[in-house]
Design a protein around this ligand. Structure first.
Ligand SMILES: NC(=O)C1=CN([C@@H]2O[C@H](COP(=O)(O)OP(=O)(O)OC[C@H]3O[C@@H](n4cnc5c(N)ncnc54)[C@H](O)[C@@H]3O)[C@@H](O)[C@H]2O)C=CC1
Ligand SMILES: CC(C)(CO)C(=O)C(=O)O
Length: 301
């Protein structure tokens, strides 16, 4: 299979590297990572060890691919959609966090766009080297739920390369549950400057649980079967299982980089019919920090 990975950062390099064990993979990313992969190949370290030689480029080739995997941060999805328009794609799979990525891709692209949730952990440690910080799985399927032969074929493509993959008919519920987890954990840990484990029994935990309950309520208003209890249980389970993690949003804040607040807590606020005070506050605080740092475009909320 010919696979294009748009966004060869941490997750894109890990999944692209794993896929390169069985498929013809092209990574689209930025220098100096791209330059190093071209010169020396890509090394996967940590919980998986491998050395592979995918093609690497800074621009989408005007060629045909069976699958494009999208692994940019959510705020870069519109640019990804535009760039991917230059290729001929059969299927597109977003493995990003946050809501709205598939809709942005589907609006721009003439290909079947699939939703994905990913629990693999990845970290680009230096150009040319990606660390697998946790083995997980990719769940994927049509964004509105149900079955699709394209989803089955993409699942088989992932599994053929040894990537754990589940083809799921209930992606709306899975995406909302993952959103509730990220809405609970990410902004709270970023603002409190604590590792995920501090939410299990620490004072910031109640804010995380409240944010997740609000997300579950908005999900139910959209017809998704996600109870408050299930959302809170998911936050507590993930915080305990990743207790030593610094969440991706805390890492972004540490690095002085833009966060995915708009696609996570901001998405809960945007979709809410009524007040979601905890998500409103978390969103405003993180956006306020981004604004002060000059990380938001003029005219953005
Ligand atoms: N890193 C992880 O362990 C996990 C990440 N995710 C999600 O996956 C997505 C990606 O996360 P990371 O890999 O951590 O982010 P990242 O920032 O490490 O990787 C994104 C990469 O895309 C590249 N990129 C952006 N726009 C580009 C363009 N126009 N052309 C070429 N390259 C471009 C960036 O240079 C960057 O290297 C996020 O939505 C994140 O929430 C989900 C599960 C686990
Ligand atoms: C699951 C969790 C919260 C792990 O840190 C994550 O997805 C993130 O940090 O973005």
């Amino acid at each position: 299979m010919r696979v294009l990975v748009f966004g060869a950062g941490s997750l894109g390099s890990l999944l692209g590297g794993l896929l390169a064990r069985a498929h013809e993979v092209t990574l689209v990313g930025r220098d100096p990572h791209v330059e190093r992969v071209r010169a020396e190949g890509l090394r996967i370290a940590g919980e998986v060890s491998a050395r592979v030689e995918p093609a690497a480029t800074t621009a989408v080739p005007a060629e045909r691919f069976d699958l494009a995997l999208v692994a940019v941060k959510a705020f870069d999805t519109p640019a990804a959609a535009e760039a991917l328009g230059g290729a001929d794609l059969d299927a597109v799979l977003s493995v990003q966090n946050g809501l709205g990525n598939e809709a942005t891709l589907a609006e721009a692209l003439d290909a079947e766009v699939l939703a994905g949730t990913c629990t693999y952990g990845a970290r680009l440690t230096e150009p040319g080297v990606v660390e697998c910080t946790g083995r997980g799985e990719v769940a994927l399927g049509p964004p509105d739920g149900g079955e699709s032969p394209v989803a089955e074929s993409v699942g088989a493509t992932l599994r053929a390369a040894g990537v754990e993959a589940t083809v799921a008919g209930d992606m709306p519920r899975r995406c909302w549950e993952k959103l509730a987890v990220n809405a609970g954990i990410n902004a709270v840990t970023a603002l409190a400057r604590v590792e995920n484990g501090a939410l299990v029994d620490g004072p910031a935990g109640e804010s995380a649980r409240r944010a997740a309950r609000e997300a579950a309520r908005v999900a139910r208003d959209e017809g998704i079967d996600l109870s408050d209890g299930a959302a809170v249980e998911a936050v507590e389970r993930v915080a305990a299982a990743t207790s030593a993690n610094r969440s991706s949003m805390l890492q972004d804040v540490d690095a002085g980089s833009r966060t995915e607040i708009d696609a996570i807590n901001g998405a809960v606020v945007d979709r809410a019919d009524g007040r979601v005070p905890v998500n409103e506050t978390l969103t405003a605080l993180v956006r306020g920090w981004e604004r002060e740092r000059g990380l938001r475009e003029d005219g953005e909320k």
